[in-house]
Design a protein around this ligand. Structure first.
Ligand SMILES: [Zn+2]
Length: 126
């Protein structure tokens, strides 16, 4: 029986392959992000956003904003993105190769690669 309390094992089960933890916070709570192109002002309420999203996706050929990537749900670290400009949301979601590439890029991240100087070195106390 699978031990789903082990985050690494659980991630392997969820994503169908071993996954690297978030390079920033170590979380395995990453989710694929395929942002769709949507005209938003940033001032919408949640129901208004849902309404806009529903209208944007209704036609079934939803244009994408461009990049697709895995993002950490705990610290909002974004993994390396695959440029999907010109494709549709439906197309990308059905694309197993794209999803595999997003996972490969996430797993290829160097730990702390996008962090600035480590805190213990920049604290000023030598
Ligand atoms: Zn994280």
């Amino acid at each position: 029986m699978l031990n789903l309390k082990d985050p690494a094992k659980r991630a392997e089960w969820v994503y169908g392959q071993p996954m690297a933890p978030c390079p920033k916070c170590g979380s395995y709570n990453m989710k694929p992000q395929i942002p769709i192109a949507m005209e938003t002002t940033g001032d919408e309420t949640a129901p208004q956003l849902v309404g806009k999203w529903a209208r944007a996706t209704k036609a079934g050929h939803t244009p994408l904003q461009g990049p697709a990537y895995y993002a950490c749900w705990d610290c909002f670290h974004k993994g390396p993105a695959v440029d999907c400009t010109g494709r549709t949301s439906e197309d990308c979601r059905a694309d197993r190769a794209l999803n595999a590439e997003m996972k490969r890029l996430w797993n290829a991240q160097t730990p702390n690669s996008d962090c600035t100087a480590p805190r213990h070195l920049s604290s000023g106390k030598a």
